[in-house]
Design a protein around this ligand. Sequence first.
Ligand code: FMN
Length: 316
Amino acid sequence: MANLGVSLPGLEMPNPLMLASGIQGGNAAALHRVAATACGGLVSKSIGPEPREMYPGPVCVEAAEGVVLNAMGLPNPGADAFAQLLQEETFSKPLLVSIFGGDAEEYALVAQKLVAAGAGSLELNLSCPHAKPGSRALIIGQQPELIQEVVSAVRDAVDVPLYAKLSPNTTNIVEDATAAFKGGADGLSLINTISALEVDPHVGRPVIGNLLCGMSGPAVRPVAQRKVAEISLAMQRGELPDAPILGIGGITTALDVARFIQLGASAVQIGSALIWEDAAVFDRIHDELVEFMETQGYADLDAMKGIALDSLEGLS
Ligand SMILES: Cc1cc2nc3c(=O)[nH]c(=O)nc-3n(C[C@H](O)[C@H](O)[C@H](O)COP(=O)(O)O)c2cc1C
């Protein structure tokens, strides 16, 4: 049988299929339930310094086929409660703990609490507004200097592998990745949701309770693939360190997983697909991936990693 194992900083996984942040990863029962499937790893809901309630609904809708819109408002139990969860629970799959904050200090504080409680690797969700006055119109992930500042503050605060989760809502994702690596990131996760807006024409108002929202699901996959490719190519040219990429965006089949890996991703995360298929999506995609690799004659993931980049070489 093809070997699906993936060995990344802080993440020794039986296969490359990870739960994406924000979908069922906010409490122990949900994490155990996903861990019991054929997934390779888990990412928690993004955890911030204090507990937060959900925005008024609707918080998540499917606006068209394959187009998922959400504005949840980063609801989470807060760093202290999640630290307690980490102390009490052992999960059967590696857990990448996602964190956020309003500024670099808050990220570092949350990171310290969660690592002290046992978090073995962190994903930094950079798609949050910065608390600094005047900065709120932009998220941290749209300002390379703030990306570097946040990653570097967490790097100084804890000694576990750090994955910087990049936003697609920027002009030059390679610049964002450069800032993350300058700050000390060990790897990258991309993409987070794409800025979006949907209107209900019957009432002349936005559909989502928060008005503005982020888009995910199958419709965003080609955008995510382009961003992953841009970073992989920059790594090949030596402009970025050769570090693991966790590919995210619209994955619903093993062919999608293969697409991201062929563009240089080391593993993938799956979020919106759980809306339709629940956690069992991991069992289906796992079986499909084994079959695909055997049919194609790939002994392991490295055999197909980056092969689609060959035809893109020379593009910048
Ligand atoms: C309902 C919902 C909640 C999300 N919450 C978070 C979150 O807390 N932190 C985060 O980094 N990303 C969050 N995301 C983004 C996903 O992790 C992922 O980056 C994005 O949805 C693209 O992947 P997908 O198309 O497989 O869903 C959320 C997405 C959805 C749909």
